[in-house]
Design a protein. Sequence first.
Length: 144
Amino acid sequence: MQQREHSVCCVEGGLYSPFNCSPPVTHHTEAYLTLNSFEKNGDGGGPSECDSKFHSDDILVVALSTGWFNKKGRCFNKITSSGNGRKVKAMVVDECDSMRGCDEAHDYQPPCANNIVDASKAVWVALGVHSDDSGGFDITWSDA
């Protein structure tokens, strides 16, 4: 696999499973936290789905897998992510596309799994997650 700025890129000829649903949301929904840049020219690809804008990596923002994103139904809502003995509230600004990927619009990354909270660096810092865990980190989340 190739990597570009800590992101895993698609492998030529690779097969990737699309997901249009995610596990049910509860008070402690299990998820996998991934690191994303929401800035222009960052590894998140294009502007955010909710507002067609880019966002600083220094603010608490997340993208949710397609099913949890709920056709923009969670746009601008806050979620509470818990992990590493800490909690943080962050605003949903984007979809972590579980249906499409491996193209320029998705920064040549595979489709997201159905259990992803793709978070800005600020969320990782607030949760105290170490940079060497940048591949991902198990968390729980709920609507705030």
